[in-house]
Ligand binder design. Structure first.
Ligand code: AMP
Ligand code: MG
Length: 401
């Protein structure tokens, strides 16, 4: 049985980023990772532009307060100024409009007063050259690397790429993940339950975890606990996916057929059981380029194993340089007193208090208690042994969002 860190190392040792492809920069590119440096092909802004509604002036004209200037033109955003500003003159200008020749500063309209028909009095006492002007190339110069390879696309990064005029970029693909819940007792949601049956929670939950981790999930129903059917179901999917997630049937019971099925199909097993709670029966293997995870069937065990092992693998496949899981140290919002035989990951919630984030464990009854995980945005990590922690003591926390 491996420790969590060693099991994660086994997983990461077998994951490489997927080959990049040209991808459309639609909103669903959010979170995907750039595979190449992106350079600016032009200065931005491409012309000096006004940062305020007001008047484009020659700053030297405004050295004396109360100076009156003739307004000789008007420049709105989107037009090209045609008239230069001569000494004693100014141009009415609006935010985003290009600066006219001759002018080197903008006076906000709030710092002016009308002075007759076509003139203004400047009440701004110190007009500095360049004030309220966003000079050409301030944000970026042609040739600058604006976004480096390895950047995960945020909404702002998508905005930057749009600003560069790009509709496509070379991105690492979103990993394809096939989700296969197994168990004779399982029924899909929407169907009635017969005695002895329970509904398939893991399928929808894991598919959503895949999406949250930046992958694309597919599934084709539930696998039974019978060898020939499972062999066919798993065998059919192994080659067409980057990751196969089988949930349930990985433990040591008579009907836990997944290890045998994977062995029969030539999947090499690298991890079989991890010293953790919940989630001990985790299996990790690989065949060719496909990674295979056998997740325990208890829903919280499956969810925790996903976050600790599958999500980091998906992040590497998707080109992220930091696999995670993201672990931080936070003060406890309430006392914890429990004894665990293995390192334990319990559902918890972050709180924003007067001094910053704190973590509060949620009521939870163990591996089958998925309801206890529903509101969690974190896992509180408790070491093996006796944990008696006062409120405010520092604890390790795995972030889920
Ligand atoms: P197993 O790992 O197959 O031994 O299953 C462990 C427990 O998790 C059993 O109580 C199963 O009924 C339950 N379980 C397995 N798969 C699912 C699923 N997809 N949704 C909800 N519970 C499940
Ligand atoms: Mg089962």
């Amino acid at each position: 049985m491996l420790d969590v860190a060693d099991a994660l190392a086994e997983v990461l040792a077998r994951v490489r980023p997927l080959p990049p492809t040209a991808a459309r920069l639609a909103p669903d590119a959010l979170g995907r990772v750039l595979a190449v440096d992106v350079r600016a092909d032009a200065d931005s802004p491409p012309f000096p532009k006004s940062l305020r509604d007001g008047y484009a002036v020659r700053s030297a004209d405004c050295s004396l307060p109360g100076r009156e200037l003739r307004v000789t033109s008007e420049i709105a955003a989107g037009v090209v100024p045609t008239k230069a500003v001569a000494p004693g003159e100014c141009a009415r200008i609006f935010t985003g409009a290009p600066m006219p020749e001759g002018a080197d500063a903008v006076v906000m309209q709030e710092d002016t007063q009308p002075a007759g028909d076509a003139a203004v009095r400047v009440t701004d006492e110190r007009v500095k050259p360049g004030q309220w002007v966003f000079a050409r190339g301030t944000e970026m110069r042609a040739g600058d690397v604006v976004l480096a390879a390895g950047t995960a696309l945020t909404p702002a990064a998508l905005g930057v790429l749009a600003g560069l005029g790009l509709v496509e970029a070379k991105l690492f693909p979103a990993p394809r993940v096939f989700v296969l819940p197994t168990g004779n007792e399982l029924v899909e949601p929407g169907r009635p339950l017969r005695p002895g049956q329970i509904r398939n929670s893991n399928g929808p939950m894991l598919a959503a975890q895949v999406v949250r981790a930046g992958g694309v999930a597919t599934h084709r129903g539930i696998g039974p606990d019978t060898l020939p059917e499972l062999l066919k179901l798993v065998g059919d999917e192994l080659d067409g996916t980057d990751v196969l997630l089988v949930a349930g049937g990985v433990s040591v019971g008579k009907y836990d057929l997944v290890p045998a099925v994977l062995g029969e199909l030539g999947v090499a097993t690298h991890v079989r059981q991890v010293r953790m709670k919940p989630g001990k029966p985790l299996l990790f293997g690989s065949r060719g380029g496909t990674l295979v995870f056998g997740l325990p069937g208890n829903p919280v065990s499956a969810a925790v194993c996903f976050e600790l092992f599958v999500r980091p693998a998906l992040r590497v496949l998707a080109g992220h340089s930091v696999p995670g899981p993201t672990t931080v140290t936070l003060p406890l919002a309430e006392a914890v007193a429990e004894v665990n035989d293995r390192p334990t990951y319990r559902p918890a919630k972050l709180e924003v208090g007067p001094t910053g984030y704190a973590v509060r464990p949620l009521p939870w009854l163990g591996a089958p208690d998925l309801r206890g995980l529903a509101a969690a945005d974190a896992l509180l990590v408790l070491p093996a042994g006796e944990a008696r922690l006062d409120p405010g003591s520092l604890a390790q926390v795995v972030l889920l969002n």
